[in-house]
Design a protein around this ligand. Structure first.
Ligand SMILES: N[C@@H](CCC(=O)N[C@@H](CS)C(=O)NCC(=O)O)C(=O)O
Length: 357
């Protein structure tokens, strides 16, 4: 059997519900042997501090490569750079993952590149440079909307709603429409972004595309707007290498969940109860152990997030509403009326003495 590893020991530092899954998929696709180190997100969803021992930024994916004759292991971070390094050195099992660069007879010429390769190079940069930032911002915006204490939440919801309406939705939808169009015009009719073969750029983009598919395209109207993209997301998840990577995680971790972006967007599915950030049922392939809370707490979070759905007028609610809407404003008005003109609430002026002030 061919040793595609060329004697190298490869270790992948994989974080749950993260971009690192595409690197696991690539390792499977390249038929490489690797050691898998898995990490759970902390309760605040950040990566655990141990990842900083591997790379100073403490993010995932990171891979290390111990090569024969090289004294120190290579530490590689940044998904695109990792993908390029792996296909450059270990691409023999699947050369088709990188489209051929030049048209015949135009080798080395400016503009002599094939469309397949131009797209490949473009998408290698587009994924982290253009698409991912909007998905991350969407996630941050959701946190701003839902996480603060309930009495501030109406305000943070308005702010988050504005950010979504003015900035996020148009950018996310602009990118989804762009990808839909790229699939429509893919070389040789696709079905992949760079043509008829799966490329490493498809593997790199799988994370945001699957996440967007889980989040935005669950809504029928949205799915109909992006039929090719939706089919593409499903196609990627049906590829053997992807499925092997999922199975690997299920064996090691007990379950697999593709991303955190699968929380249903409140804007698109207004009738569904809003899942809380601790909702273990919001994962793709069953609950992730790290997210399972005490059921009582879980119920409390869900009840809180969906409070408005369960609201009914009853004596208690009538009483609370009366206090907030009538009693407190009336008391403040009364105090203001009684104390009007009593105190001179002016600022200190330049010529005032300290005693006057
Ligand atoms: N551009 C980097 C992004 C790496 C990144 O931010 N990874 C996320 C996982 S999707 C992470 O480690 N988040 C945990 C944290 O920020 O603490 C890449 O593509 O590798």
């Amino acid at each position: 059997m061919t040793d595609y590893n060329q004697g190298c020991k490869i270790t992948l530092y994989w974080l749950e519900q993260s971009r690192s899954h595409r690197i696991l998929w690539l390792l499977e696709e390249l038929q490489l042997k690797y050691e898998l180190k898995t990490y759970k997100r902390r309760a605040d969803k950040l990566a655990p501090a141990e990842l900083k021992e591997v790379h100073p930024l403490g993010k995932s994916p990171v891979i290390t490569i111990e090569a024969p004759g090289v004294s120190k292991p290579l530490v590689l971070a940044e998904s695109g750079a990792i993908v390029e390094y792996l296909v450059d050195h270990f691409g023999k099992a699947r050369p088709s993952l990188v489209p051929a660069r030049y048209q015949e007879g135009h080798e080395g010429q400016v503009g002599g590149e094939r469309e397949e390769w131009m797209r490949y190079r473009y998408f290698m940069h587009y994924v982290e440079g253009s698409l991912m930032p909007f998905l991350v911002m969407t996630l941050v915006n959701d946190t701003v909307r839902k996480s603060p204490p309930f009495f501030v939440r109406p305000i943070t919801s308005i702010v988050a709603g504005q950010v979504e309406a003015q900035f996020l939705t148009r950018n996310v939808e602009g990118n989804l429409a762009f990808l839909e169009d790229q699939l429509k015009t893919a070389p040789e009719g696709g079905p992949f972004l760079c043509g008829k073969e799966l490329s490493a750029a498809d593997i790199l983009i799988s994370f945001p595309v699957i996440a967007a598919h889980m989040r935005v395209m669950q809504d029928k109207k949205q799915k109909d707007r992006y039929p090719l993209l939706s089919a593409y997301a499903e196609r990627l998840q049906g590829i053997d290498g992807y499925k092997k990577a999922v199975t690997k995680i299920e064996q090691v971790e007990g379950s697999f969940s593709a991303s955190m972006y699968n929380l249903t967007s409140p804007a698109t599915n207004a009738d569904e109860p809003v899942p809380t950030r601790f909702n273990p049922t919001a994962t793709m392939a069953g609950p992730s152990k790290s997210l399972v809370l005490d059921p009582a707490l879980q119920k409390y979070y869900e009840l809180n997030a969906n409070r408005y759905k369960y609201f009914r007028w009853n004596p208690r609610h009538a009483w609370i509403s009366f206090i907030y809407m009538a009693a407190i404003p009336a008391a403040l008005t009364f105090v203001a009326y009684k104390t009007e003109g009593k105190y001179e609430l002016r600022g200190k002026r330049r010529e005032d003495t300290i005693s006057e002030w």
